[in-house]
Design a binder for this molecule. Structure first.
Ligand code: GDP
Length: 193
C-alpha cells in the first residue's frame, strides 16, 4: 500500500452516508486533542491533511480518506471535549452507536490515547466498543516524546491494564511529532488489511 497516495473522499454526518464499498477500513478514534489528526498526517506524510488543531469536538462527522485506492482511513469524531453542548454530545453518541452497531464496517480499530495519562472513562468506553465489534485493535500511545525514559514502561502498563486489553491487541508507543512508531503502525495496518 502506498501511504503517500491519499485523498479525502467525504464526511458522513448521518449513518446513511457511511461508506460500505467492501474496501478495508481502518477506524481511528481518540479524545479531542490527543493528536489523532497529527497521527494520521504523520502516517500519510502530510502536513495539513487530516485537520490539526480544529475546534475540538465541533465537528461530529466521520471523515473518509482513501489510501492508494485500496483502503480507507476512517477518522471518527473526537470525544471528551468539555466545552461541547449536550446536543452535540448526543449527536456524537448517536452517530457512534450507529457506526459500531453496523456489522462489518471496521476492518481494524486504532484507538489513540495520551502516553502521559491514565486512559479516561471515555477512552475505556471507546475501547469496549472496539472490543465488542470483534475487529483487531491497535492502541497508539501518542505524545511519547513528552515522557521521560523511566516513565515509558509503567505508563504503557497502566494503559494496557486500564483498557483491559486482550492478548490479541497491540499497544504501540508513538510520537506524531517525532515519527516514533510510524513504521510499526504502518506495517501492522498493511498486515491486518
Ligand atoms: P486531535 O484533536 O486529536 O486531532 O489533535 P491534533 O492532531 O490537532 O493535536 C493536538 C495538539 O497536540 C497539537 O498542538 C499537536 O501539535 C499536539 N501533538 C500531536 N501529536 C503530538 C506528539 O506526538 N507530541 C507532541 N509533543 N505534541 C503532539
Amino acid at each position: 500500500i502506498n501511504f503517500n497516495k491519499a485523498e479525502f473522499i467525504l464526511s458522513a454526518v448521518q449513518p446513511g452516508a457511511f461508506l460500505r464499498d467492501g474496501r478495508p477500513q481502518v477506524a481511528f478514534a481518540g479524545r479531542s486533542n490527543v493528536g489523532k489528526s497529527s497521527v494520521i498526517n504523520r502516517l500519510l506524510n502530510r502536513k495539513n491533511f487530516a485537520r490539526v488543531g480544529a475546534t475540538p469536538g465541533k465537528t461530529t462527522q466521520v471523515n473518509y480518506f482513501l489510501i492508494d485506492g485500496r483502503i480507507y482511513f476512517t477518522d471518527l469524531p473526537g470525544y471528551g471535549y468539555a466545552k461541547v453542548s449536550k446536543e452535540e454530545r448526543d449527536r456524537w453518541g448517536r452517530l457512534m452507536e450507529n457506526y459500531f452497531q453496523e456489522q462489518g464496517l471496521i476492518t481494524l480499530g486504532v484507538l489513540i490515547v495520551d502516553a502521559r495519562h491514565k486512559p479516561t472513562a471515555d477512552d475505556v468506553t471507546m475501547c469496549t466498543w472496539f472490543k465488542e465489534s470483534g475487529c483487531p485493535l491497535i492502541v497508539v500511545a501518542n505524545k511519547l516524546d513528552k515522557l521521560k525514559k523511566n516513565e515509558i514502561e509503567p505508563n504503557l502498563q497502566r494503559i494496557w491494564d486500564t483498557l483491559e486489553l486482550p492478548d490479541t491487541a497491540a499497544l504501540i508507543p508513538f510520537s506524531a511529532e517525532k515519527g516514533i512508531g510510524k513504521t510499526e503502525l504502518l506495517s501492522a495496518i498493511e498486515q491486518l488489511c
